[in-house]
Ligand binder design. Structure first.
Ligand code: BTN
Length: 254
């Protein structure tokens, strides 16, 4: 562990262990919290099992990218959920996870479709959601990485930022607790909210809706146009097309 990591405070394990309704496992080091959380799900772990690592050495990102942060400089954690909602609503899980992170960070944070969180137009959080099926039970692993205390030299890419670089000081334990509580609240709304309610809540934090976007599709094609909104399944609407998955660039970003 580097001297910078030694200077960074560890997570408060006893505070996290006492969080009602969650089972939080703190690891000193692991390759990927999503992989460990999926193992816990296969072992029969209950919903709201959380795996968090002080140092994640081979974190996985969307589209086969990696997610690496120096030890204790950020949050790398995964949450097991099994909401009792229709399959169409499961598509909302990673979107509302982004919303929960943005709310925990504060009023300046926005969400970039599908589920990045931005500060000042720069990425501060990425989310990778994966399904895990055991027998007849399916769960979702919501893997969340947040750049908390990174210096500019430590940023993975120049278009990223950290809470510290944006002038936000918060302990990782407090931030993790806040995200988990907001996530539970937002996921409960998947059972109670109408489609219009979900769209309204997401749109209110969205940096993408109303922007000119370029979307790289999984088949290699590119769709360009105005992001007009999202539909009831959480798909992005661009030029009259509903997009399920893709890599979005906002034209106004540099
Ligand atoms: C992305 O923006 O590409 C998504 C990044 C997701 C990273 C998080 S960190 C915790 C969890 N464990 C992983 O291996 N990945 C996710």
């Amino acid at each position: 562990m580097s001297s910078a990591a030694d200077a960074r405070p560890p997570l408060d394990r006893s505070a996290l262990a006492g969080l009602p309704g969650f089972s939080v496992e703190v690891l000193d080091e692991t390759a990927s919290t999503n992989a460990v959380c999926a193992d816990r799900a296969r072992e029969g772990a209950p919903e709201w099992t959380v795996v968090v690592a002080e140092h994640q050495t081979a974190g996985r990102g969307r589209l086969d990218r990696s997610w690496e942060l120096p030890a204790r400089s950020g949050l790398a954690f995964s949450v097991l959920v099994r909401p009792h909602v229709s399959p169409a609503r499961w598509g909302w899980l990673s979107l509302v996870a982004g919303l929960a992170v943005a709310e925990a960070i504060g009023p300046d944070a926005t969400v970039k479709w599908p589920n990045d969180v931005l500060l000042g137009g720069r990425k501060v959080c990425g989310i990778l959601s994966e399904l895990v099926t055991t027998g007849s039970t399916t769960g979702a692993i919501l893997g969340i990485g947040i750049n908390v205390d990174l210096t500019s030299d430590e940023l993975p890419v120049p278009t990223a930022t950290s809470l510290a670089l944006a002038g936000i000081t918060i302990s990782r334990t407090v931030l993790l607790t806040s995200v988990l509580l907001r996530l539970r609240h937002r996921i409960a709304e998947l059972s109670t909210f109408s489609e219009a309610d979900l769209i309204r809540a997401y749109a209110a934090r969205s940096a993408t809706i109303g922007s000119a976007v370029s979307v790289s599709m999984p088949d290699g094609s590119v769709i360009e146009g105005l992001a007009e909104g999202i539909d009831g399944d959480g798909r992005l609407l661009v030029g009259g097309r509903a997009i399920n998955a893709g890599d979005v660039v906002h034209a106004r970003l540099t």
